[in-house]
Design a protein around this ligand. Structure first.
Ligand code: NA7
Length: 529
């Protein structure tokens, strides 16, 4: 049986790019198939105004090549989307990746041929490629969620989704704009759209927590220090649950004095960013502790937003950190602007989109442009969009009908030689994505080399090992408040999606240890043949 490539990698974001680099290094032939016209994945598609990473730029970068790490210069504490995309392109050039990437092509189907032990990968351009291994590098937040609101197609003005923003940008000057959603994408873009638009109306279904970014240009002396200690910093990050140093305070919030709590929260509010949730170690373990942090942020909203009614509507009522915490620049203050209106639509679905706006609670709102900041079918959406069939013709959709089942978030029983980078059941979105991507890519690369060294052609997760892992992922989720609210972590934002906490919350160090132990025991839980 003649195969076209040892491996097909789907997606040319940070995961697919590094995977290609590692495969080449091991002498495997590989083809990356990418829907976009360029590399960058998330940072290629999410071009909405204000798009930035919420992990600090010196940490949100590759570490596999010390020279790359030393030569690249980040300009701000939190990098903008254009700067991260530039970095992705720099990496593609530096490692000459593009010659093995087929752009503007979407994988539509992947079918495992049991007799020849190969995958047939088909695309929307009519390609039929045979590969021994398929590696899905699809990203966790890459399948945009367009809500099924009646009348959406009737809207006469332009409709934009934050996760699929026009490359040429959008100028809202002189326009009235309606925004649906108040997640991270909305929270980043609303302050900028409000500066441009004649009027901005924000439709908020769930009020969200956000912490100021206090973004700033990077101090050259700080960058020098980081670069001098990069190896140490990266090594230490791997010993921390989120793979990132958030300066966790090991004390309990409820057991600390009111004054100390206030001091911690204020200090972290002033410092900015996701480290707010590391103010105390039990914020996601104990309701009462969590409430102290939530009350602090609610208090800040009350101080910043001048109209008490608007402030009350903006104040979140759920657990802080249960949905992913947002990081913003000027979000709350934007609601003091005379050209911004907040429409609180909790408990009331949008009735319909009309040709000139939308109707909710029996009231009509009009605007020229509609922005859907409505998020993604997270973690499983992109994989399930591809028609994947494994052994006995069983589809991944069938296998995951009650929620995703994986071994280590990397492989699926019944789907030999198929890997998912940062798949459901791995720490992924609960960590700094870049180191988690690199850890997965390295694991997969080493695995393929080990399979080859044994003279084998097939590796497949065993059902019992997968079941045990799924059980462990579920058990870990049960220990935290994070699994208790209607977030995209549990698929609650997509009607009909099984409600399962998808990422592994046991922390990066425990996860890495487990992945390494599996290898040390000769790929425990896998059959290799
Ligand atoms: P999110 O965080 O999923 O936010 C989507 C927002 O859209 C959220 O406020 C939703 O309300 C709202 N939404 C979704 N569907 C509807 C409908 N039908 N009606 C009204 N409102 C709706 O996506 P983002 O793109 O902002 O961020 C995703 C991640 O990217 C983020 O966590 C960071 O990790 C980066 P809901 O909360 O579901 O009530």
């Amino acid at each position: 049986m003649k195969i076209d490539f040892d491996a097909v990698v789907i997606g040319a974001g940070f995961a697919g790019m590094y995977m290609l680099h590692r495969l080449r290094g091991l002498g495997f032939s590989a083809r990356v198939i990418e829907a976009g016209t360029g590399v960058g994945g998330t940072w290629y598609w999410n071009r909405y105004p204000g798009a930035r990473c919420d992990v600090e730029s010196v940490q949100y970068s590759y570490q596999f090549d010390p020279a790359l790490e030393q030569e690249w210069e980040w300009s701000e504490r939190y990098a903008t989307q254009p700067e991260i995309l530039k970095y992705a392109n720099h990496v593609a050039d530096r490692f000459d990746l593009r010659r093995d990437i087929q752009f503007e092509t979407r994988v539509t189907r992947a079918t495992f041929d049991e007799s020849d032990k190969v995958w047939l990968v088909e695309t929307d351009r009519g390609d039929r490629v045979l590969a021994r291994f398929v590696i899905a590098a699809l990203g966790c937040l890459s399948s945009p969620n367009t809500p099924r609101i009646p009348g959406l197609a009737d809207f006469e003005g332009p409709t934009y989704h934050t996760g699929h923003w026009p490359h040429e940008g959008v100028d809202f000057t002189g326009k009235t704009v309606g925004v649906i959603g108040t997640g991270s994408s909305a929270i980043q873009s609303i302050p900028i759209m409000a500066q441009q638009a004649e009027h901005l109306t924000v439709f908020q279904r769930t009020a969200n927590y956000t912490i100021p970014a206090h973004n700033r240009p990077l101090d050259p002396a700080y960058v020098r220090e980081v670069k001098a200690n990069y190896r140490e910093m990266r090594k230490r990050a791997k010993t921390l649950p989120a793979g990132i140093d958030l300066r966790i305070n090991m004390a309990s919030a409820v057991e600390s004095a009111e004054e100390e709590r206030r001091r911690q929260y204020q200090e972290r509010w002033d410092y900015g960013g996701l480290g707010f949730m590391a103010s105390f170690s039990d914020l996601l373990l104990n309701d009462e502790s969590n409430k102290t942090a939530a009350d602090f942020v609610r208090g800040k909203i009350g101080e910043i937003v001048k109209d008490p009614k608007v402030a009350a509507a903006l104040a979140p009522t759920n657990i802080i950190g249960c949905k992913r915490l947002c990081v913003d620049t000027g979000y709350w203050a934007t609601f003091n602007r005379p050209n911004v209106t907040l429409v609180d639509i909790r408990n009331e679905a949008i009735e319909r989109i009309t040709p000139i706006g939308l109707r909710v609670k029996g009231k009509d709102y009009t605007f020229d442009c509609l922005v859907l900041a409505t998020g993604f079918d997270a973690m499983t959406g992109a994989l399930l969009k591809i028609d994947i069939s494994g052994r006995n013709g069983v589809s991944l959709k069938q296998k995951w009908s009650e929620g995703p089942k994986t071994y280590l978030g990397l492989t699926m029983a019944g789907f030999p030689n198929l890997f998912a980078i940062t798949g459901p059941g791995s720490p992924s979105v609960l960590t700094n994505m870049l180191p988690s991507i690199e850890q997965h890519v390295d694991w997969i690369a080493d695995c393929l080399a080990a399979v080859r060294a044994r003279g084998a052609t097939v590796i497949e997760a065993e059902t019992e090992a997968e079941e045990a892992w799924v059980g462990h992922v579920g058990e870990a989720a049960g220990n935290t408040l994070r699994s208790t609210c209607s977030s995209w972590y549990v698929g609650a934002n997509i009607p009909g999606k099984p409600r399962v906490f998808m990422p592994y919350i046991g922390g990066l160090p425990a996860y890495i240890e487990r992945c390494e132990a599996v290898v040390a025991k000769g790929y425990e839980g896998f059959s290799v043949g």
